[in-house]
Write a new protein. Structure first.
Length: 437
């Protein structure tokens, strides 16, 4: 009984005291923001037909649909051309800033607003990849996805260095951004633009209020306990959202696999053949004909797809088998992107798969990218050397007390990256295991 209690207490301490999977949440942040950004840039010449006034799904039809289902979309706040162009351009900008990791909590919320505004305006323009992006844009709001590989992490290191030199650090961008967004949110609420489904307005107001509470706890509290409590709450929310993202990815593959099992074409091993014969899904007709010319290859790919999708959720209990199937699924999506001409669907699924990548692999990937960038800068005459980023680990309450007392934080959010060097490479407490996937 004591062993069980000790194991449970360790699990609770780990979940509450650290945001698990910092590299995994960073890579899915980069993956989904890059997917949406590339889609918006690719369809920029066709934006009017997809989501604008020239689309087959007119503004009046969209207003009737949203009125019946209560979906959130800022595009229906006005039918003017200027408003549509502004929302589209802002969606591109928010995707870029989230990709770079600038004010990740705020940008994740704005990224969600951009995704929902465009997709809910014309819901019949998307595919499975859009559905995944739609869901993940909401889940990312609850994660601390900028702890590594972000401008927030770099700013934290610089501010820590300035404090070490005895300099006073002030953040003016955070309070200004918080104030402007609060004013716009209040104006939209008073104007009746948030009268549909209550989930998105409540989420927006909750995040905005949490940012103010986080700032007050860091600047006005006499002790570090309020900030530590908020930090624990943010960690729990982050870890819960990370679990939901993993469960969502498993659910997608499990349901897809079991529905395939029930199809007659999947049962006889010919299902892959038919999409290759459709002109709409054949950007490379020669390659499609080459793949479909072999009945054995078609049968192996058909049965292999079903086996991999059904088996993947069960392989999470064995890391080696999971990593093998993960590589197979990523390769499969890459092939679908090229052969069937579905690049954005494949990118969205690959981004969802990345949440299961091993932490050691992601660290090596990040270190390799940092070294490659440093070499490019040296060739250009800069000669900068980038420090390695480390994932945050567990900190003792005494350490966090000293950290929070030393902070001169500005308006940030519960999931924003704390301006503390120990969150990038702190000494882990003795016996505390590092986060793993």
């Amino acid at each position: 009984m004591n062993r069980v209690s000790l194991a449970v207490s360790r699990l609770v301490a780990r979940v509450a005291d650290s945001a698990l999977g910092p590299y995994q949440t960073a890579v899915i942040r980069i993956g989904f923001s890059a997917t949406w950004l590339l889609f918006l840039l690719r369809e920029f010449p066709h934006r009017q037909e997809l989501y604008g006034p020239d689309g087959p799904w007119s503004w009046d039809l969209a207003e009737q649909l949203v009125g019946s289902n209560g979906a959130f979309t800022a595009l229906l706040w006005s039918d003017g051309q200027g408003w549509f162009e502004a929302v589209y351009v802002l969606a591109v900008l928010w995707s870029v800033l989230l990709l770079l990791g600038w004010r990740t909590r705020t940008m994740s919320v704005l990224f969600m607003v951009g995704v929902l505004s465009l997709q809910n305006r014309s819901i019949f323009m998307g595919d499975g990849g859009d559905n995944v992006l739609h869901l993940m844009s909401v889940y990312l709001v609850f994660t601390r996805c900028g702890q590594v590989w972000s401008l927030d992490a770099r700013r934290a290191r610089r501010e820590a260095g300035a404090r070490a030199r005895g300099e006073r650090v002030r953040d003016r961008a955070g309070p200004a951004l918080w104030g402007v967004l609060g004013f716009l949110l209040l104006a939209a609420t008073l104007a009746g633009r948030m009268d549909g489904d209550r989930f998105i307005p409540v989420l927006l107001w909750t995040v905005w209020s949490a940012q103010a509470l986080w700032w007050l706890a860091g600047r006005r509290a006499r002790t570090a306990q309020p900030r530590i409590l908020l930090d624990v709450v943010a960690n729990i929310v982050h870890n819960g959202a990370l679990l939901v993202i993993m469960a969502e990815a498993c659910l997608i593959y499990a349901t897809a696999g079991w529905y395939k099992v029930q199809g007659s074409r999947w049962q006889d091993g010919t299902a892959v053949y038919y999409p290759l014969q459709l002109e709409y899904f054949s950007p490379w007709p020669g390659l499609a004909d080459l793949l479909s010319s072999s009945g054995t290859l078609v049968m192996l790919v058909t049965y292999g797809t079903v086996v991999v999708q059904v088996a993947f959720p069960f392989t999470l209990f064995n890391r080696r088998v999971k990593n093998v199937l993960l590589a197979v699924m990523i390769t499969e999506h890459a092939v679908i992107a090229v052969v069937l001409g579905l690049p954005f669907f494949s990118l969205a699924m690959i981004a969802a798969d990345m949440v299961f990548l091993p932490t050691s692999f992601l660290r090596r990937l990040g270190d390799g990218a940092a070294r490659a960038r440093a070499r490019l800068l040296r060739r250009g005459g800069d000669g900068l050397r980038l420090p390695k980023q480390r994932a945050p680990r567990l900190r003792l309450p005494q350490q966090r007390f000293r950290d929070h007392r030393a902070q001169d934080s500005a308006v940030e959010d519960p999931g924003a990256q704390p301006t503390d060097p120990t969150l990038n490479s702190p000494p882990a407490p003795e016996g505390a295991p590092p986060p793993r996937t």
